[in-house]
Structure formats: C-alpha cells, structure tokens
Design a protein around this ligand. Structure first.
Ligand code: SF4
Length: 361
C-alpha cells in the first residue's frame, strides 16, 4: 500500500500533470472549489496553489464538518453538558469549538464529565460501563461518519441500552453544494468533489450539479497527484465547454457508493432541514433519527433549556465557508484568532480553512 501511495506523490508524475494543466488552461479567471476539509489541508500542505497558473484559483468551501456545525448546535451540546449525571463523549476537535458563551473544554474545566473518544463505539462501551449515568455521543460529520453512528445506534438498540443517546448534527453534502452554486457572491467554475464522502454515496448524487447548473465536478483523492489530476480533468472539461461528473478516485469510489453503508444510514436516519454555519438553513441537508430509534436521540430525550445564540464577534467563518473570502481577509486572523486561541470553528478544526491558512500560508 505504501508503494502504491508513493506513486501518488511522485514528483515526475506531478510535473507531467502540471504541464497538462498549463496546456488546458483556458486563460480566463477560473475558480475551482474543494468541498472537503481533507482536500483543503492536502492542497495547503503540498503547496498546490503556488504551482498552478495564476488565473486558476482553488477556493475552499463548506467541507469541514466541525466548522459547518451551527452555533445553535454547539449551544445545545453545552446545555446537555449541564444536565446532572451525564457523560458527554465526542471527537477531540468538538471540545474546543466555542459556542455562544462556552465550549466543551470550558465545561470540562468547570467539572463536567466530557470525554474524547476516537470512535462512537468507545462511547457505547462507556455507556455499558456506567449504567447509572446518561452517556451522550455528540455526532457531527458528513456521510463519511454517519454510517458508523447508525451502526452504533442499532447496536445500542439490540443491547437494549437505556442510558445511551446521540446528539445528531450530521449533514449531507449534495444539498450544500446546490446552495453554494446558487450563491450570487461566489463564482464556482468547477468542483473538486470529496473523496471520503463519495466512497459512501458514490458519484450519482452530484450529477444534478452538472445537468442543472452546467458546473463540472471531479471526485478526487487526497495525494498531490490525485489533486493535480482532478484539477487537470476539470480544466479539460471547462476548456471543452463540458459539464460532467467524473471520478479521479476510482481506486476507492464507485458510481453507486457503498450500498451497505447507505442502507445503514437509511435504516436509522431520515433527512431533514439543517442549519449550516454561515450558510443558513438548507432543505434536506441534515439527518435526524427515525421514529423507530427515537429513544436514542439525545435532544428528544432531554431537551434542556437553551440560552440565546450569539455568533462570535468579528468572526467571518460564514464567508470563509461559502468561499466568498479567504481566511487572511478576516481582521482577527493571526492577530486575535490563532489555533491556541480560536475565535471561530474554522480555526479550531485541523480541517478548517483558517487553521490550514495559519499553518501553511
Ligand atoms: Fe473566524 Fe478566526 Fe477564521 Fe476569522 S480567522 S473567520 S475569527 S475562525
């Protein structure tokens, strides 16, 4: 596997692709948007922007799951933390995201039982080991992590667990893409489509973007050669006046995606409208637990009182997530807002655009 991966970092192959990109450069200003936080980091780490022709711009979209989680959802999680006899479990990044007046890390410092887990299965173990406590797993993410949460909910039901619930803030990608390509403030000429999400959903759910909006998309892997190949394929389409959804990550992504993973999502979740940070409410872009599994829905079970939501002052994560402006245009960037002292979620998450800019540009 290491040998295969090394091929996708091969400088010779990269140089050939850079040449091909130059040959297919249409010459006018081209914006290609990546909508996956892992792409944002890979592009920054490999310095890909600096080797592209100056008229070809890579802009980051709403691809970091922690970043797109709305402030109101963070506030709901904080409210759950304040319940008696509760253990909150979540992935590491989530603990540092500031809500209106607190974060999970602050609540932990104030005495709340907040535990970082590496898998929702760990949360299930904690519930089984602590039958006198309520264990809540905070689930954020796109289709990449949703099947795992679905599997855990099914397992909890099979084990008749009464003290395990999930706070669901999961989202799906295609609905957000439609909102982005309709946004009058941002011109998108092509989409570098997310590799991980596409492993689960396949390539079909993106086809409407090409058909209805005339915008090409290429599902792309994460190594430098993958990304350059994705850019080259997009430029070829643009040069030829085409709009198709192509797959440059065929070693992992199939047209129909992962049938079993999609079935697991469908069994436990149904789609619902969801609030995205900076973007607002997007029809059908979220997941909620189906009635058959509602006993495992934390918000339905506890529904604590919520404080009024206040957005972080001066933070422009919303515009960064829509691709309207780069992080460097936020006046707080580097001066007030740093990874050690993040003002908004885009600086918290390792996949956030602001954190990637801070580290690599
Ligand atoms: Fe928000 Fe900080 Fe990014 Fe500015 S630099 S948009 S304050 S996260």
């Amino acid at each position: 596997t290491q040998e295969v991966l090394a091929g996708f970092r091969d400088p010779k192959l990269a140089k050939t692709l850079i040449k091909a990109i130059e040959n297919h450069n249409p010459g006018n200003e081209i914006n290609l948007m990546e909508v996956c936080g892992t792409h944002t980091v890979s592009i920054a780490r490999a310095g890909i922007k600096s080797i592209l022709p100056p008229n070809v711009h890579l802009i980051s979209g709403p691809g970091c799951p922690v970043c797109v989680t709305a402030n109101v959802d963070i506030d709901k999680v904080i409210a759950l933390t304040k319940l008696p006899n509760v253990i909150i479990t979540t992935f590491g990044d989530m603990t540092r995201v500031p809500g209106s007046s607190s974060s999970l890390l602050k609540e932990q410092a104030a005495g709340a039982d907040v535990r970082i887990v590496y898998s929702p299965l760990d949360a299930l173990d904690i519930a089984q080991e602590n039958s006198s406590k309520e264990v809540i797993f905070v689930g954020v993410g796109f289709e990449t992590t949703t099947p795992l949460i679905a599997a855990v909910v099914k397992r909890a039901k099979a084990a008749s667990l009464k003290n395990f619930t999930v706070f669901v803030a999961h989202k799906n990608m295609p609905g957000a893409l439609e909102t982005i390509v309709n946004d009058p403030d941002v011109k998108v000429d092509g989409l570098i489509l997310p590799g991980h999400v596409s492993v689960v959903i396949g390539t079909k759910p993106y086809e409407f973007i090409a058909h209805d909006y005339g915008i090409p998309g290429v599902v792309t892997g994460f190594e430098p050669v993958d990304i350059l190949r994705g850019v080259e394929m997009l430029l070829c389409q643009i040069e030829n006046g085409e709009a198709k959804i192509e797959n440059a990550y065929a070693r992992a992504v199939e047209m129909d995606g992962n049938i079993a993973a999609k079935a697991a999502i469908d069994e436990v979740f149904e789609t619902c409208d969801a609030e995205w940070r900076g973007i607002g409410n997007i029809h059908g872009s979220g997941y909620k637990i189906r009635p058959e599994y509602l006993d495992f829905d934390a918000w339905t079970k506890f529904h604590p009182e919520l404080e009024a939501t206040v957005e972080p002052k001066g933070c422009r994560c919303g515009e960064v997530l829509r691709g309207v402006m780069p992080p460097s245009e936020c006046t707080l960037f580097r001066k007030v807002c740093t990874p050690e002292n993040p003002v908004g979620p885009c600086m918290v998450s390792s996949e956030g655009s602001c954190a990637a800019y801070y580290r690599y540009y």
